[in-house]
Design a protein around this ligand. Sequence first.
Ligand code: NDP
Length: 282
Amino acid sequence: SRKHVGVLGLGRMGTALAGALLGAGHDVSVWNRSPLKAGPLLDRGAKLAATPAEAASADVVLSCLSTYDSQQPVLEAAGLSGRPLVNLTSGTPEQARTAAKWAASAGIDYVDGVIMAVPQQIGTPVAQVLYSGSEPTFAAQRDVLAVLGTPVFVGEDAGLAALYDLALLGIMWSTMAGYLQALALVGTEGVTPEQFTPMALAWHSAVAGLLPGIGEQVASGDYATDVSALDINAAGLAMLVETSRGQGVSTAVPAVLRELFDRAVAAGHGSHAIASVIEEIR
Ligand code: NDP
C-alpha cells in the first residue's frame, strides 16, 4: 500500500533510494543540505522539504548521509519522536548502537540498515540491504524496504548490520587486492587485464564454491583435510612472495597472508585445512 516516506540526504545513494520509492508509487518527501540536488526527483513527483522536520512528518523516514557525525544534528532537527527511522548511513557497530540508544531516549522506533550495493543496483533484487534493531519496526516497514532491494533482517542488536557490513566489505577488499596483485604480477610480462580476467573470474567462482565447506570446518573445529593441507599452501604463498619480489612488484598483500599462514603452521596446523588459520586470526 502507498506510504508517505521521508528521505533525508540526497547524495548518490539517497537519490537512488528516493527514486526507487517514487518508482514504486510511494509519496516521497526529500530533504538535502544542498536543495538543488533534488531537481530530478522533483520532476518525478517528489516533494521538496525545506527542513529535516518537514521531510520527517511522514509514515517512515529513511536517512542516508555521509557519516553518523554529519547525520546526528539532522536527525535531532527532524523531531522524529513517535515515528519509525531507518538509518542507512554507513558506520561502525558502536556508532549504530549509540544512535539506537539516542533514538530510544527520543521515542523513535529505530532500525539500522546497511546497503550492500551501489546506487545503480537500488530497486533491484541484487541489492541486498541488511537490517538490525527493532524487529517490529522492520516488519511494519518491510513493504517500503523491499522496494530498495532484498531486505535481510540480521538481529535485534542495532550494531549487527554494521558488523556484517564491515565483515562483507573485508571480503570485497581482500578479493580486489588479490586481483590487483595478480594483474600487477602478470602485467610484468605484458599480460593485459583483458587476457587475464576470464581466468580470474572462473577461478574466483571456483574459490567461492569452497566457502561453505570452510565455514563448516570453522563451525565444527574439525580441520582434517583430504583436499589440501596448510603447509602446501604456506609454501605456495612463499613462492608468490618471492616471485612478486623477483618481478619487481610489491609483496605487501601476499606477505601479510604468508605471515598468518606461517604462524598457523608453527602452531601445529601444517597438516590441517586452510580453515585452521582462523585460530591465528582469533
Ligand atoms: P555522497 O557523498 O554522494 O552524499 C553525501 C550526503 O551527505 C549528501 O546528501 C550530503 O549533502 C550529505 N552531507 C554530508 N555532510 C553533511 C552535513 N554536515 N550536513 C548535512 N548533510 C551532509 O555519499 P553517498 O550517497 O554515496 O553515501 C551516503 C551513505 O551511503 C554513506 O554512509 C555511504 O557509506 C553509504 N553507502 C554508499 C554506497 C555507494 O555506493 N555510494 C554503497 C553503500 C553504502 P550535500 O548534498 O549537501 O553535500
